[in-house]
Design a binder for this molecule. Structure first.
Ligand code: SF4
Ligand code: SF4
Length: 71
């Protein structure tokens, strides 16, 4: 069961993939359908297996990720 979820600010994300590379559950991916106003494909969650480890949020150079922990 998911222990949390991430909220990614698509307007800030620059598609660097650092969050994708550190996620231990491999549930982050750059969008194949969306592009933000700066022309980048933003990261998104592709499954609900998030363990709320916060690695992605700590790694993001632009602070685009907020991790919400479930009770
Ligand atoms: S909080 Fe951890 S498990 Fe959840 S998406 Fe980020 S890196 Fe992956
Ligand atoms: S680390 Fe941040 S800027 Fe880079 S792809 Fe992930 S959310 Fe976007």
């Amino acid at each position: 069961m998911a222990k949390g979820r991430v909220i990614i600010d698509e307007t800030i994300c620059k598609g660097c993939e650092l969050c994708v590379s550190v996620c231990p559950k491999h549930i982050l991916k750059l969008s194949e359908t969306k592009t933000n106003s700066a022309g980048y494909s933003p990261a998104e969650m592709i499954s609900d297996d998030c363990i709320a480890c916060t690695s992605c949020a700590k790694m993001c150079p632009d602070c685009a990720i907020t991790v919400e922990k479930f009770d």
